[in-house]
Design a protein around this ligand. Sequence first.
Ligand code: PRE
Length: 267
Amino acid sequence: MLTLLMETKNTNMISSDELNLESVRKSLIRQEDTIVLSLIERAKFPFNFPTYDYDPSSSSSSCVLSGSLVHFIVKETEILHAKVGRYTSPEEHPFFPDELPPPLTPPHNYPQVLHPAAACININDTIWKMYFDELLPLFAAEGDDGNYGSTAECDLKCLQALSRRIHYGKFVAEVKFRDAPEDYGPAIRAQDRDALMKLLTFESVEEMVKGRVAKKAMIFGQEVSLDDKEEDIKYKVNPAIVSRLYGEWVMPLTKLVQVEYLLRRLS
Ligand SMILES: O=C(O)C(=O)C[C@]1(C(=O)O)C=C[C@@H](O)C=C1
């Protein structure tokens, strides 16, 4: 708890005068480490289906949870973290925002960098569905080792890291608007999603990101042994899956957040 409190207080939140494309991209690059390492930790456990299984109609269930174990762990963790002010940070977004208590800690004055309308953008429902329906089956081995609590804890860390990275699109969008209001203004006033998406997309950057996260998965996730031959190296998480995660989900969802933010930027 103290660590979390210190983490919340010692935020490396970007101030308005430090806000530029280089600084926000530097943060996105640093967040790649957290995402790749959280996937590697989740890959320690097999799929462990009972972590996600909840059938209210099953009379045999002695389970008293109102949902699956992973729902319970995420909800209860968010309630605890809300009490120490985690979700007063513009960089943090809860998966269950409707059930959170007010902070018990003094308010922290975060730099007011974003337009107030940013607070209404939360796409965690989409992130939750992507993670459990698309991503997890790609890299979690089949099987059940009974470690359902630890498995759910790893899922929580993956969800939090992905949510933070994708919603960081609000800061990227703010930078892009400030750098070129004459370009973004007409598309915003026309509420033209396609024009905004075209303006904010840098395909060369996306290719670099996909290559870098695959390389991080290789370096961070390499099974190390002293007599490995080059062709026998194994990885805890397939680097191609990490590259696909970014190409098919993380960057498109980050761009969705950017578009949603920009549509509201002049309201
Ligand atoms: O770096 C940017 O310009 C971003 O908008 C971030 C990001 C990303 O999600 O990594 C998204 C869209 C761009 O096409 C390139 C990269």
